[in-house]
Ligand binder design. Sequence first.
Ligand code: GUN
Length: 294
Amino acid sequence: MQIIDGKKVASEIKNELKIQIDELKKSGKNVPGLVAILVGDNPASHIYVSSKSKACQEIGMRSVVEKLSSSISQNDLIELINKYNQDENYHGILVQLPLPKHIDEEKIIESISPQKDVDGFHPISVGNLLIGKDTFVSCTPAGIQELLKRYNINTQGKHVVVVGRSNIVGKPVANLLLQKNQYANAIVTVCHSAANDLSFYTRQADILIAAIGKAEMIKADMVKEGVVVIDVGINRIEDPSNKKGYKIVGDVSFDEVSKKASYITPVPGGVGPMTIAMLLNNTFKAYKKLGGWN
Ligand code: GUN
């Protein structure tokens, strides 16, 4: 069994980007920039946004965080996004979700220029992914594919079973791995909460992607010998032996499932760090496409 070390791969990707940004700086060029827009005081969102902004700074990208009150109106938020749509110093725009209830998330996502949609949430990006055109792929699915690539795990003709159908992970990762490309071209099954017998599906998986949001739900008897396990879950469970009183676990029971797996991502340190690395990668891609490269 081999551990897929997402932390190590993410740090390699960040180093590769930093080298390119250092070169840009040396030649006096503008550098890529990312704006993260954070509305309200959701503690998890604050942590995510500050990790994203810290990662930008580490590699020399321009980064700004717009912290807005939860009472901001939808129109004012759209106006701010429009300002960044036109700002040549910012190539990526990220609006951290979830948004307060009075704001229509779909309208906000649609107001981001598709050329700066580094989260890959805009319907144009999602549509392009579906029909196999080059586009911004949302960061967690892109990170999963990058891990498969860097560990040289063959996906051609393999049965990938995705558990979870969210717009952020389940649906886009299924579409990504379905495309007729290297590190894709898989036979993909998506299952979700309506499955009567989830293990009927999961036991068929050559590659199992767990994006359910339920702590340690995938048990050893639900997978076959030699499975590749990608665990997207980040769940907090009580742990009196830990100083903080809790620990972070995935959607997979790591201790038991790792005994049957050929490869497995740990939580933390698997998919999580890749999500941020791919956000930086998408921002660099937006920068190049918007012409900063020339
Ligand atoms: N909320 C949870 N995950 C994400 C993400 O990847 N991007 C944004 N913008 N919001 C999120």
